[in-house]
Ligand binder design. Structure first.
Ligand SMILES: [Fe+2]
Length: 299
């Protein structure tokens, strides 16, 4: 069953524009089989794939499977009458390919995720903790600020319940929490509060992807970097309600979003999902009006 998010892929009209944007965000880019791929520095795993096409559109999502679960996934797919498909043009042929209830191609890889770049322990003098003694934090805070790993992605869907049923009952994800009538957050077991999820909309689409950085400083330094490179203002800094992570988002060149996060809740097998009526942010400015606009063509 799904053990984690491997990468996501978008169709975009201009790969050069995509490359500049992802580099400003802090990813390393390269060319693979005619597509643009982006990686986190120090992690040998494709995290984003961009395929040239007339319009920006979600192309596929890719997940890793827990060791030894491929056969049970195949059986669950059979039971759900979900056929295996050919890989879509622009994707790799690895793993098993299917379509989710929205028709989005999904790649299931029978492999372990690559380890992220190791991070130093971050010591804090907050609350009752006095962990950092004799060290001037401002001299350290900018040393390691780039994305370490892709953490999660959220998709728009017109059928959140069917999508949730498919990803939980067939592919083994679990519901972490919901924001009533709007957002469903899914986890793959102990670890990050969410690795995937859905935002209710009129049609399917890609909303955002989120990358872990080593600290809250790294988020703000990333936002500064985007600003100095002339990128449009985003949303943040803030702390989320569901998941509790610190966040900053920037709009991407195609009307969706990219996020840095730090300090996300870690859940265990005893986690109980809730149905919440809360705004997405605990503190910080409210989201811009365009934050929940699904700008992908409805098809
Ligand atoms: Fe997020």
């Amino acid at each position: 069953m799904i053990s984690g998010l491997h990468h996501y892929a978008l169709e975009v009209p201009d790969l050069a524009v995509a490359e500049g944007f992802l580099q400003d965000f802090g990813l390393e880019t390269g060319e693979k089989d005619g597509s643009l791929v982006a990686l986190c520095p120090g992690r040998n795993q494709e995290q984003v794939r961009l395929v040239q096409a007339p319009h920006k559109r979600l192309h596929h999502v890719s997940f890793t499977l827990s060791p030894g679960t491929l056969d049970s996934v195949r059986e669950a797919l059979d039971r759900a009458a979900t056929p295996v498909i050919e890989p879509p043009a622009g994707a790799t042929e690895d793993g098993v390919w299917i379509r989710d209830p929205d028709g989005t191609p999904v790649q299931l890889l029978d492999e372990a995720p690559a380890p992220p770049r190791p991070a130093e322990e971050v010591l804090f003098n907050v609350g009752g903790s006095r962990q950092r003694i004799g060290v001037a934090q401002w001299t350290q805070a900018t040393e390691d600020v780039l994305p370490r790993r892709l953490g999660h992605t959220l998709l728009f869907t017109a059928q959140p319940q069917q999508m949730t049923d498919f990803y939980t009952q067939v592919l083994g994800l679990r519901v972490s929490d919901r924001i009533k009538g709007l957002v469903t957050f899914l986890n793959s077991g102990p670890g990050d509060h969410h690795i995937f999820g859905f935002i209710a909309s009129t049609h399917r689409g890609f909303h955002h992807a989120s990358f872990e950085v080593p600290s809250i400083d790294a988020i703000a330094i990333g936002a500064d970097r985007m600003r100095t490179r002339g990128r449009e203002a985003g949303w943040g800094l803030g702390r989320h309600t569901i998941g509790s992570n610190f966040f900053h988002y920037n709009p991407d060149p195609w009307g969706s979003w990219i996020e840095w996060f730090s300090d996300i809740d870690q859940i265990d097998d005893c986690w109980v999902a809730g149905d919440w009526e809360v705004p997405p942010h605990l503190w910080g400015a409210p989201p811009p009006a365009a934050f929940l606009a699904n700008q992908e063509p409805a098809s």
